[in-house]
Design a protein around this ligand. Structure first.
Ligand SMILES: Nc1ncnc2c1ncn2[C@@H]1O[C@H](COP(=O)(O)OP(=O)(O)OP(=O)(O)O)[C@@H](O)[C@H]1O
Ligand SMILES: [Mg+2]
Length: 251
C-alpha cells in the first residue's frame, strides 16, 4: 500500500520572500522526477492558482471548502499549465481566519486530516504571508516546512518568532515540527555573503539549506511560463538548486 503523501508547506512570516516561487519550483521539480503532485493554495490572493490555471477561472470549490466545508477528490483541478493537480485559493479563505480570531488552535489539525485521504506522492502547500490560523494550519499539516528567507538581519527577529510559535504546536504534528530554511532571491553583496556564511548559518545551523537561490530573472520567466518539460528550465542553474532541495525530500 502506498504511504501517505509527503506534505511540504512553504511558509514565512514575511511577504514577497519567494514562497510562491519556491512552491512552484519544488512542484515542477517533483513533476520532472515523475512524482504525482498536488498543490494546495491556501493564500486568499491565489497567486499560484492563477499561474497553474493560466486564466482567471472562477473556481466552484477552493481550499476554503476543503478547510471548512465538504470537499471531494473530484473537486481537485487538473492544471492546464503543468502536470500537477491543484486546489485553488481565494477570498473565501479570509473567513477561516475570521472564524478563529483568537488562535484557539482547535482547527490546526483539520487540514492534515482532510488531505490524508488524497493519493499523491507529494502535496505542496503555498501559504499567505499573514500570521494567523491559515499559516499555522499549513504548518501542522506538513511533514516539512520550507521557510524562504532573505539574508537581511531584519528577517531574523520575525523568523525567530515564527519558529517559536510553530515549535509550540508540536502536539498537532504527530512526527514533530521539521523545517528547513532556504535563502531565496539572493543578490550577493560582501555584507550578505558574510551574513549568510557566519551569522545566519551559525544561528540557524543545520536547519539552513546548503543551496542558496540567487536572484535570477531568466529562471523566473522560464518557471512562470510553466513548461517544466522544456530543457530550458531543467538547464537553469537556479532550477537545479531547487532540484537539489527537492531531492532531499524524495520518498
Ligand atoms: N530567485 C529569484 N530571482 C528573481 N526574482 C525572484 C526570485 N524569487 C522570487 N522572485 C521574485 O520576487 C517576487 C516575490 O516572489 P514570490 O511571489 O514568490 O514571493 P511570496 O513570498 O510568495 O510573496 P507573497 O507574500 O506576496 O505571497 C516575485 O516578483 C518573484 O518573481
Ligand atoms: Mg505568494
Amino acid at each position: 500500500m502506498k504511504t501517505r503523501a509527503k506534505v511540504i508547506s512553504v511558509c514565512s512570516q514575511k511577504g514577497g520572500v519567494g514562497k510562491t516561487t519556491t512552491a512552484l519550483a519544488l512542484s515542477a521539480s517533483f513533476v520532472l522526477a515523475g512524482k504525482s503532485t498536488l498543490v494546495i493554495d491556501i493564500d486568499p490572493n491565489a497567486h499560484i492558482s492563477a499561474i497553474l490555471s493560466k486564466d482567471s477561472a472562477q473556481y466552484t470549490k477552493t481550499s476554503a471548502d476543503l478547510l471548512m466545508k465538504k470537499f471531494y477528490s473530484h473537486n481537485i483541478i487538473i492544471s492546464q499549465a503543468m502536470p500537477v493537480h491543484y486546489i485553488p485559493g481565494g477570498d473565501g479563505l479570509v473567513q477561516y481566519e475570521k472564524k478563529d480570531p483568537f488562535f484557539k488552535k482547535s482547527w490546526y489539525g483539520r487540514l492534515r486530516k482532510k488531505i490524508s485521504r488524497f493519493d499523491y506522492d507529494y502535496i505542496i502547500i503555498d501559504t499567505p504571508t499573514t500570521i494567523g490560523s491559515l499559516l499555522y494550519t499549513a504548518v501542522c499539516a506538513s511533514d516539512l516546512t520550507v521557510i524562504p528567507v532573505q539574508p537581511e538581519l531584519s528577517s531574523l527577529k520575525g523568523l525567530g518568532l515564527f519558529l517559536k510559535t510553530a515549535k509550540s504546536l508540536k502536539k498537532y504534528m504527530p512526527d514533530g515540527f521539521d523545517y528547513t530554511i532556504l535563502f531565496t532571491n539572493v543578490v550577493y553583496t560582501p555584507e550578505r555573503k558574510t551574513a549568510i556564511d557566519s551569522f545566519f548559518k551559525s544561528k540557524i545551523g543545520k536547519k539552513c539549506s546548503t543551496e542558496i537561490i540567487e536572484h535570477d530573472c531568466a529562471f523566473i520567466d522560464e518557471l512562470f511560463s510553466c513548461n517544466p518539460d522544456t530543457g530550458r528550465l531543467s538547464s537553469s542553474v537556479t532550477f537545479q538548486k531547487y532540484n537539489k532541495v527537492s531531492e532531499r525530500f524524495f520518498i
